[in-house]
Design a binder for this molecule. Structure first.
Ligand code: MLT
Length: 264
């Protein structure tokens, strides 16, 4: 399991395939395994780097607080160590929030953006309060509190109905994350800035993908992002929820393959 030490933090990553460098950034409370259906299927066109963010999976969990900028700095350090100058950033949900922070700081390092099931707005006061309430529960009950809170909303209605085994598989994988890392991420999400003003300034080709049944970051939000970003294309995947890349991997991969093939 390769790892790099960046700013004193051990980051575990997978490196696979050849072609356009793509840095895959997972959502919450997930891990680099989220991207398994992409890394393998796209290995002929993408040089994939799939990383566990600090506080997730096999990466280390330094003291918080964390911010989206902290994660972005880690990733910039990882790319430096790997000798990769420009990448396509592919972020799902929280991974999209990290992608925005990365692009805001280092636009020259970004060749394209894949924004999957994510949003540009900051948390509402209610959403922020919910995160801090969940942090308290995690302090008491550990990782299971986060898993119970998020699991019911991550997969779409079709997947929950037709593939109940995927819910259990997801639960097992989510449970591998340390409580302290989840607390760090919840706080980082609660305090993240609104990115509405960044959208019209994004100058790289952008693919916005969303599951039609996404209840966390619904298609309407994806539509708004795609309209506000100058060079964006929107793809809505039927019968998929918030984890569109897992629920509709073939359609997701086809959209990414086309996108990578059209990069200047
Ligand atoms: C995620 O999938 O990363 C989270 O659901 C995002 C969020 O809670 O805002």
């Amino acid at each position: 399991m390769p790892f790099a030490t960046v700013q004193g933090v051990r980051l575990v990553y997978d490196l696979r395939g050849q072609g356009v460098p793509v840095l895959w950034i997972h959502g919450f409370p997930l891990g680099r395994w989220l991207w398994d259906p992409q890394v393998e299927a796209l290995r002929d066109v993408a040089r994939s780097i799939a990383v566990d963010l600090r506080g997730f999976g096999g990466s280390s969990t330094p003291e918080g607080p964390y911010t989206m900028e902290t994660y972005a700095e880690d990733l910039r350090g990882l790319l430096d160590l790997l000798g990769i100058d420009r990448v396509v950033l592919a972020g799902l949900s929280m991974g999209g929030y990290v992608s925005f922070a990365f692009y805001a700081a280092y636009p020259e390092r970004v060749r394209g953006l894949i924004l999957a099931d994510t949003r540009h707005q900051a948390d509402t006061p209610e959403a922020r309060a919910n995160r801090y309430a969940l942090i308290e529960r995690i302090r008491q009950e550990g990782t299971a509190a986060a898993v119970e809170a998020f699991l019911p909303r991550l997969l779409g209605a079709t997947t929950r109905r037709e593939h109940p085994e995927r819910v259990e598989m997801l639960r097992r994988k989510m449970m591998t994350n340390p409580a302290a890392g989840l607390i760090g991420a919840l706080q980082a999400m609660a305090e993240r800035p609104d990115r509405t003003e960044l959208l019209p300034r994004i100058q790289v080709p952008t693919l916005v993908i969303v599951g039609e049944e996404d209840e966390v970051t619904p298609p309407e939000v994806a539509r708004q992002m795609a309209e506000a970003i100058p060079h964006a294309r929107l793809v809505v995947l039927p019968s998929a929820g918030h984890l569109a890349n897992v629920e509709a991997p073939e359609a997701f991969n086809e959209a990414v393959r086309t996108f990578l093939g059209q990069l200047p």
